[in-house]
Design a protein around this ligand. Sequence first.
Ligand code: PLP
Length: 396
Amino acid sequence: MELKIRTNENFSRVSESYLFSEIAKRVKARAEADPTAKIIRLGIGDVTLPLAPAVTEAMEAAVREMGVKETFRGYAPEYGYDFLREAISGHYRRLGLDVPASEIYASDGAKCDCGNAVDIFGDNEILIPDPVYPVYLDSNLMVGRRVTLLPTSEETGFLPTPDGLTGEGYIVYLCSPGNPTGAAFTKDGLRQWVDFAIRTGSLIIFDSAYEAFVTEDGVPRSVYEIEGARECAVEICSLSKSAGFTGTRCGWFVIPHGVRAGGVPLYKLWERRQATKFNGIPYVVQRGAEAALLPEGRRQSMENVAYYRKNAAVIAEALSKRGVFFTGGVNSPYVWMRCPRGLSSWEFFDLLLDRAAVVGTPGAGFGKCGEGYFRLTAFGSAEATEEAVGRLEKLL
Ligand code: PLP
């Protein structure tokens, strides 16, 4: 039967999310055609190493507290327990930044914050880099927003610039180090955007989900390393990639109290939104997240990040040796390479799968400007990465 209700027509503007299902389909066909082939997946965006011991110990202790009347806890505060907000504030302090706990809103991950943030904005022109993590685009299209894509290319190292933008009052999504390109802003590059935002009364939504991968001096790990950002930028971050929380779920949204629009501080709108639609993250997870941010847990988690970084370096080194253009590989678990011999993203995907039994992600799946490029990730095992890179090199 057909119901007599209207659905959200904006959903028709969102293209079918076929990228990962299409990859899975082609990989399955390859495996069936040759069951002895050892297929290596360098396409995964998920972590593979376990949570740090300090994190699981904190969570175990928290579970036990939940089983005792005196220490049991019910609904968690919508913005996170103070102990977690303080631990996040401490994380920023170690970066040399003053981000008070009261400006930090804990959440169940960066994807949710990216998707939910649209609730507090009206009809603005939204600027989104191309290629990009698809959540920014789709969540704005779903609520009918006007989106302008910012094309990026090899010439700008796949980083967007504000050149040529003449309007004002934009909302700009920036992600650094980026997914899928691994490209990271220098302080000067990011400063251009902060200056632009201040000049034009625009808001920057800065996604720093990969901050833990930054190793180079002069590459910011938070937008607040740039002067003036506390007036024009909010920041979304996550423990998914820095501490292996993809399945455990914890992130945060920073909204400095000085960020205001239409006479209202944005944080007031976010607090109202969260109090209405969000009921907090589990106490057990918050204790684990706190442990991941305290020095011992952070040190242990960063051992995993170092492991992934080594994989990224192995991939990057092979491409450098062959003179293949790429971004990422440093400051990022992603390597974004130009497909050889002018192949399209999907042509190279098929070639790599058929001839080398290696799976990557076609760049065209992240936006038009991704056509002709390919994403490899460092989240596999060191052995598999070495093996895959050896096979890849033969096709370059
Ligand atoms: N932001 C970017 C740029 C990502 O690549 C991802 C996940 O891959 C996320 C956010 C999602 O993070 P979370 O697991 O915290 O939802």
